[in-house]
Ligand binder design. Structure first.
Ligand code: ZN
Ligand code: ZN
Length: 311
């Protein structure tokens, strides 16, 4: 597959492809999403369905309302692995599908083994060992409380840390631990902690203290040391934040440190495919980023390789 050094490089997303078949807060089928990616001219599309919860205390209200329990989530994820495998093969003459998953960091005590297991070679009778092509490492929890689901739970997560600043510092320490523990190829929505900051009355100005900046830089150093890519995640715009993830000051720090960016549409329905990519390109350029990173499987190789192209 030849990837021209032109604007066509915008047509690569490494975070998204969540679908209503396997995820309680997504819509449409994975096939519909991949058809949308082909129609939009994508050359590489990374699918990163959420890893399933392993304990019932983490089930969401929607999962409970659908009657999904832990066993059902595990079955859904096993179905996902088979479906993405078959579709990657079926679509292979039109688009390169990378088979991935979005890792979770809960339960704190056991996530490492669980998340690594998905990347290990397949084992007979163990559908959760799948040899995924890559992993998107995300932090959706602080102190095991979810931070991107409702303002109420977000507020609880902040209050567990006593101050907003301590909450963000704790968030970044979770990022450092996740990155060094899981060594993901892509780190998702790096400043997700801003998701409900405004609505939960934690003012925008409090997102920029010296301690928060120092904690973010430590996280960026961990990301650089493992060679991971940050996703420029366009969901921030769709969530009404007025900017994508991450914020301009983080882009500037990351760029200065040599941490690369890829695009992630974080699609949760077919219509999200490629959403905001032209704006994302302008945003990166405006913040001094000149190159985009991506992953690709070389011909005959089972492993992904990181490449760069001019924006
Ligand atoms: Zn999701
Ligand atoms: Zn996420």
């Amino acid at each position: 597959m030849i990837l021209p050094e032109t604007k066509h490089n915008l047509k690569i997303s490494l975070h998204g492809g969540h679908s209503g078949e396997f995820c309680e807060h997504a819509e449409g089928t994975l096939r519909e999403t991949l058809e949308a990616a082909v129609s939009a001219g994508f050359t590489v599309y990374g699918v990163s369905e959420h890893a399933p919860h392993t304990e019932s205390r983490f089930l969401t209200q929607e999962e409970i309302a659908k009657g999904w329990d832990i066993a059902r989530l595990q079955r859904n994820f096993a179905d996902y692995t088979r479906t993405v495998d078959a579709l990657a093969e079926e679509f292979s003459d039109r688009i390169m599908i990378l088979r991935g998953y979005e890792a979770e960091i809960v339960p704190t005590a056991t996530y490492r083994a669980q998340m690594w297991g998905y990347r290990e070679q397949r084992a007979p009778g163990d559908p959760l060992r799948f040899a995924f092509d890559y992993c998107v490492g995300s932090v959706h929890y602080v102190e095991e409380t979810v931070i991107d689901y409702t303002p109420e739970l977000y507020t609880r997560a902040v209050e567990q840390c006593e101050t907003f600043e301590a909450f963000v510092v704790r968030y970044y320490s979770e990022v450092v631990k996740m990155v060094t523990t899981l060594e993901p190829q892509v780190v998702g929505h790096l400043d997700l902690y801003k998701r409900f900051a405004e609505r939960a009355s934690f003012g925008q100005e409090r997102l920029f203290t010296p301690r928060i900046r120092a904690a973010a830089i430590i996280a960026l150093e961990a990301i650089r040391s493992t060679g991971a890519i940050l996703d420029l995640n366009t969901a921030g715009w769709r969530k009404g934040l007025g900017e994508p993830y991450p914020a301009p000051w983080i882009i500037a720090e990351a760029n200065h440190m040599g941490v690369p960016f890829c695009f992630g549409d974080d699609s949760h329905k077919p219509a999200d495919v490629g959403a905001g990519f032209p704006e994302a390109r302008d945003y990166l350029l405006a913040n001094g980023v000149a190159e985009i990173a991506y992953l690709i499987k070389e011909k005959g190789s089972q492993k992904v390789t990181q490449r760069r192209a001019n924006l």
